[in-house]
Design a protein around this ligand. Structure first.
Ligand SMILES: Cc1cc2nc3c(=O)[nH]c(=O)nc-3n(C[C@H](O)[C@H](O)[C@H](O)COP(=O)(O)OP(=O)(O)OC[C@H]3O[C@@H](n4cnc5c(N)ncnc54)[C@H](O)[C@@H]3O)c2cc1C
Length: 414
């Protein structure tokens, strides 16, 4: 056993054995992505008397936002990675491990490396996992490493970049987009755009093929299509109603309902559902994919005492699965947990979404919305007249996009 692993184990064991300081409540957060890291930090900021333990299986935070620019060669992995030391400065105890079981009745989580941690409340923000079964052969294709999703930023981000660099000029990069809802609705179109720009500069005879299960571009369609027409004619082709049903890594073939497509680089984004631990913990109802929550507190409707955030939630009307939303969900949950642990009633709040997408490394577009609690229908609803999309793509939006990214990274982890 490595010394590092031993220290991690003793850390978890120490937490399991210790009931916490007298009178101190403990909150366990599962998953240190945009939702989990933010809720851990804000509970500590808003009530330093609460012990917060964050369990995250990855050693470092890697941001999906901006990862498409890494795939296109405009940025590096170092630009989108950060450690968890900022959270430790807020007094969050960060345990680098995987939660393999959550027992809401016993109020414990079990760690993969052994040991359990007890809690008064638990917050689960595991992101998404994939419904591989809906695309025959996709799991084997991913395991072979020849076909990638790169829909969780990390090793697949750099691997997809390497595949694009190695691809011959004149080759085809095909990206398969699942039916909504999936993580980051504009993400596949942003990726197609910035890869097309890379080809335009470095491999002028190469093509990008967007094979979308949806009938049309599902986010900012007018702005994306205008950018493709102006910037990438003859390079980027978009086809709606093109749902993937199978993939063969040996022949690099994607099977659609109507035809088979061969590509040099195949990027298959599979259909998604709430992360595995949410399913294991009974937070996802049978035959459903996502966790239904009370939007005043982010508490699960299936399992009381468990709060769920981010992509794993069953979205309210017009609510995308975005980092911006996960960060806002986290603040609802942090406020509610602090109120509940102090014997007070949580108050509903308004939240904001902003999603920037690059259409080239220098120009971006934006969509934003505001969502407020509706007492009659007991859900969050978009505020009429709020939000909207950019008037046109611009360099100014690209500058704002980088400011947004640096701000949300600092707000989440700093
Ligand atoms: C290519 C791409 C581009 C994107 N661009 C944008 C953008 O520009 N703007 C935007 O707002 N959003 C964007 N998104 C979406 C954004 O990344 C997600 O919506 C956001 O990450 C959701 O946060 P989360 O906390 O729900 O999940 P995540 O951020 O994925 O965090 C989940 C964490 O939980 C951990 N975990 C899971 N299960 C366990 C377990 N059992 N034990 C321990 N740890 C566990 C995982 O390791 C992970 O770190 C993009 C997504 C992609 C794929």
């Amino acid at each position: 056993m490595k010394r590092r692993d031993f220290l991690k184990l003793t850390g978890a064991a120490a937490l399991a054995g210790c009931a916490g300081a007298p009178g101190k409540a403990r909150v366990v957060v599962v998953g240190g992505g945009f939702g989990g890291a933010t809720v851990a930090k804000y509970i500590r900021l808003w009530d330093p008397a609460i012990d917060v333990v964050l369990v995250e299986r990855a050693g470092v935070f890697t941001s999906c936002p901006m990862s498409n620019l890494v795939i296109a060669g405009a940025n590096s992995m170092e630009d989108i990675r950060q450690g968890y030391d900022g959270l430790q400065r807020h007094g969050v105890q960060v345990v680098n491990d995987e939660v393999i079981a959550l027992d809401a009745a016993k109020k414990t989580v079990t760690l993969e490396r052994g040991g359990t941690i007890g809690f008064e409340r638990v917050v689960v923000s595991p992101g998404v996992d994939f419904r591989y079964g809906e695309i025959q052969g996709s799991e084997e294709a991913m395991q072979s490493g020849r076909v990638l999703h790169a829909w969780k930023a990390g090793s697949q981000t750099s691997a997809l970049r390497a595949q694009l660099e190695q691809m011959r000029d004149g080759g085809v990069f095909a990206i398969s987009v699942p039916m909504t809802p999936y993580r980051c609705p504009p993400g596949p179109y942003e990726r197609a755009s910035v890869v097309a720009e890379y080809f335009k500069r470095a491999k002028p005879r190469a093509k990008v093929l967007v094979l979308d299960a949806n009938p049309d571009v599902s986010s900012k369609p007018g702005l994306f299509k205008a950018a493709w027409k102006d910037l990438y004619p003859g390079i980027l082709e978009y086809r709606g109603n093109s749902r993937a049903i199978g993939v063969d890594a040996a022949t690099m073939t994607l099977k659609l309902e109507v035809e088979d497509i061969k590509a040099d680089v195949l990027n298959v984004v599979p259909p998604q559902r709430a992360g595995d631990i949410a399913v294991q913990a009974g937070l996802v109802p049978a035959r459903q994919q996502w966790c239904d929550v009370d939007w005043r507190t982010m508490e699960s409707k299936a399992v009381p005492g468990v709060h769920v955030l981010g992509d794993a939630t069953l979205a309210a009307a017009a609510m995308p699965k975005s980092a911006s939303m996960a960060n806002n969900h986290a603040k609802i949950a942090a406020a509610a947990v602090v109120e509940l642990l102090n014997g007070r009633k949580p108050v509903p709040v308004q939240i904001l979404n902003t999603c920037y997408s690059f259409v080239s490394r220098t120009e971006a577009i934006r969509v934003s919305s505001v969502h407020a609690w509706d007492e009659k229908d007991a859900t969050l609803k978009p505020v009429p007249g709020s939000g909207g999309v950019s008037a046109a793509r611009s360099e100014a939006e690209a500058t704002y996009a980088w400011h947004w990214a640096r701000t949300i990274w600092a707000d989440t982890l700093g």
